[in-house]
Write a protein of this length. Sequence first.
Length: 749
Amino acid sequence: MKVNRQTEKTDEEKEQVVNTTCSSHCGGTCRLRVHVREGRITRIESDDGEEPQFRACLRGRAYRQRVYSPDRLKYPMKRTGERGEGKFKRVSWDEALETTAGQLLRVRDAYGPAAVFLIISGGDITWLHGGNLTSKVLLRGIGGYSTTWGWHSNGGAKYAALSSYGTIRIDNTGDDFLNSRLIIMWGWNPTDTIQETNTNWYLMQAREAGTRFISIDPRYTNSTASFAHQWIPIIPGTDAAMMIAMAYVIISENLEDRTFLAKYTTGFDKFKDYVTGKEDGVPKTPAWAEAITGVPADTTVRLAREYATTKPAALIAGIAPGRTAYGEEYHRVAIILSAMTGNVGIHGGNSPEILGKAGVDHYLGSRLGPMVGQRLKGGPNPIDVAPPRANSLPAAENFWKGWNSSSRVNRFLVADAILKGKAGGYPADYKVLYTVNVSYINQYSNINKMARALKKLEFVIAQEQFLTPTAKFADIIFPTNTYMERNDIAIGGATPFYGFQNKVIDPLYESKSHFEIACGLAEKLGVPDFSDKTEEEWLKEIVEQCADLPDYETFKKEGIHKVKLAEPYIPFTKQIEDPEHNPFPTPSGKIEIYSRQLADMNNPELPPVPKYIETWESRNDPLARKYPLQLISTHFKRRAHSQFDNIPWLRELQDQAIMISTADALARNIRNGDLVRVFNERGETVLPAWVTERILPGVVDIPEGAWYNPDRNFIDRSGCPNVLHRDAVSPGEAYPINTCLVQVEKAEA
């Protein structure tokens, strides 16, 4: 396929420069200008055009080392040793595809299609290549498959948004931060996690213009250091209690926006009864919250007054505090606080969640049309026919057809489902696992349990670029190429843009794209008419059907198309300006502070009005006598989940270490840089200590994404925190990765 390139004069010779777009699930989507000489990438630059520039982070700039890593999977591989041992031999593509197809058909015929379990995730989030090619048509074409439900990133936030607003499309564009007078960063660290390209650029402009920033977080993060005028440390898992106490102050001092509440919400009186203690006899005062959160009562009072009287104000409810047991309650209270202060549907306010691409994937994605996996022929998954789950929200079906089918398994309970099957109450006995764009064993909870589950399976398939911890358990590995070796389309930005991923170089070794693998496997499986178009024909169709974009060749050459909005995008403006003709998409047509959908479930762990519910493995748990430290697992500047962990340039930036307070380190005779063991009843990992004043005593932090590397005693030697996490899910779908008790001791020399 012809590659569009510009040329630039160098000192030695002409060098080709290819415009492309990074999309590595790191929190951003950025423009790259890739220099190529004689078919090899020599260096990578970023956007140097007109503002706004979509400039790449460290991960995108280091991508050359990923492309040319000596660890790349070069050929299809077949397991020769014990599962998990990592011993493989090279096989041909024909043998790999034939073997995989044979196993899929064998298991389908012997046990039924539900015995085939597919797990996919993000990876490179684009419009053509990805796991949806496998799920949407390929496995449906042989009778169906089992899969998962639930969101690793922000399940609790989505649940809260659906129960309160009836939609998850609730984010402002990042340029609207320039209209805020106050920005509260609650568990939000965009300096490291990006949260869409240019978010930090707009935040810094807002700060320079006089916007006040307050950061609430157990850690003094890089974002706190960069932006915040005030840092408020808080005990993990108690955020909802502090927010409820803020609501108490606002109510008791008559600071709530009563006009907004009466016109646009329903159920505030019931929430008020809970907050003031009329419901249960316990007023939720700042003093009540102080005993729970560790935040001084007068600090909560001042914050509540400032938020209620400074308008417009943006309460950014970061998703980390929602990654706790009952984390959905935190997100629901944040929504109520925004409504109580009248900050919904206005410039400078917010709704107040950060759910993903600042709404870009919704209002740009809809213009771009469905991804190729959704364009391919094929009906619904034949086994998605069971009744819905007990705790599913009816509103969810507006977004994910079949999502709440009880034939699916929560993605955080996969190990349990494989080990127990029908005898444990799961829909099927699982025999085959097919993973695409996910290192499941590395990124989900209770890794040692998952390792046992993978060993029980009859066959495992992985599509990967490297021999990841999950790929080591595969029977067949399909080597995938990078986005530098194929064409695709991506979207993103704190303000929206479309990006074309130009193929920069020819695919290395025998690696193939997801599209090529799906087409090859479809032929072996006998799935007719899997795709009637080539890669380029699909991309042309997508571009030609999008009114926003120029012609295909122009878009490819430019590599990026910025969408110029007349003003920042604000959700719910129509509902606020004309509620009679534009109701909220909830049963009542208003923001539901009291949710009838939740009331009908009659589940005390999912109350109709949000409440503070103490987490399991809290500081008050009897287990804390044995494991007294709360473990949180945060995102790392040099990784995108588990991606980039093996890139040398990025490893030079930061060590994988446990962040521990000076007080906790002194009590354990631990010095900075000492090797320590972190353990509980589920597992143990060994890594260096980072002794610092930047974390609350009683809390430790191990960044997520380090590659699981167990020794013969199943002690992880890479600092992977997921060996310690409990494989559980919160009632409202929050993934409680930040609810975990551990002990830390100095490791023996």
